[in-house]
Design a protein around this ligand. Sequence first.
Ligand SMILES: *Cc1c(COP(=O)(O)O)cnc(C)c1O
Length: 370
Amino acid sequence: MKEQDKQRKKLILLNPGPVNLSARVKNALLHTDICHREVEFSQLQKIIRFALLKVYGLSPEDYASVLLTGSGTLAIEAMLTSFVSDHTKLLILSNGVYGERIQKMAEYHRLTHTVLRQLWGEELDSQRIESVLFEDKSITHIAVVHHETTTGRLNDLSMLGELCRKYKKELLVDAVSSFGAEELRFKEWNIAACAASANKCLHGAPGVSFVIAKKGYLRDSRVYSPRSVYMDLCEYYQKQEAGTTPFTAAVPAFFAFGEALAELEEEGGWRARKEHYERLAFLIRQRLKKIGIRQYLTQGLLSSSLTAFYLPGDITYQELHDRLRQKQFVIYAGQGEISQTIFRIANMGNLTEDEIENLLVELEAIVCKR
Ligand SMILES: *Cc1c(COP(=O)(O)O)cnc(C)c1O
């Protein structure tokens, strides 16, 4: 095969981002070159910022979105470092890799925090959380990962929101792998801010991430002490409200993001996307069960966009990955302590039922004909 043809052959991405893009979104990457200081970019930024609020029906009176150039991790770190001041104390709930990453951020930036650590994949323990909140009155914020992509666990924000209201705490959410395809009730769950990226459930290209925050949080940077130049959300907010942006933006990725958000709305918003994902996940879960592959999590809330499975005993991840990769399918390994025992199949991105069916046929052939 010629090198060029190889690059053109479509891969089906079953990893949790970056995802397969629709032709429409991909074409938007080829927009004419634009400077981020020109009016065209300013208009695009305005459209994206508004469309992001609209995904969950948020009023621009109460919330604002701030766009960043970088991956989801940047948005989370910017959210934590901009909103957790010296007068606040963070309770970090951790039941997977991404909860542990939040802890690492808190440690590196020396934020006042405490961690409630649970086993990976375990459901959040509301009684333990409540007793921490009851005993430590200095806690002001709770940081949580909505969809722990490590295992596919969807953390129960409804339960957490209730505790936040009862104890008057504010919620900071890593919604990187849930925004656009899972329910997020900002007001009811006391969500002060959430961070996410363009290239997971929103079907945009990698390079753009964002934070949506209560407007009151986006204070004037002159009255608080920012901890970082590039991650000072309030600075971005002020500039973006004025139609500009502080640093060079990933302009092509912004164009793709604008298109992806328009597409989401036309397709029926997050509810329709969740339904589509659930259908794909159902096909995957059902067929794997039939061929004797056990699901890692079976109890409690599961995300609609990713499933972790135990590897069949007689095949390594690398072998399974490589054989599927030969057929143009890209699956995803487990992380850390479960990397040798599980594999993951995400169903986010511009995927059809037919593509999933083709994957399942290949997977079945590999697993059953051994
Ligand atoms: C993917 C992911 C991240 C990190 O996103 P990057 O874009 O790789 O920086 C953070 N949190 C969760 C829950 C994720 O799924």
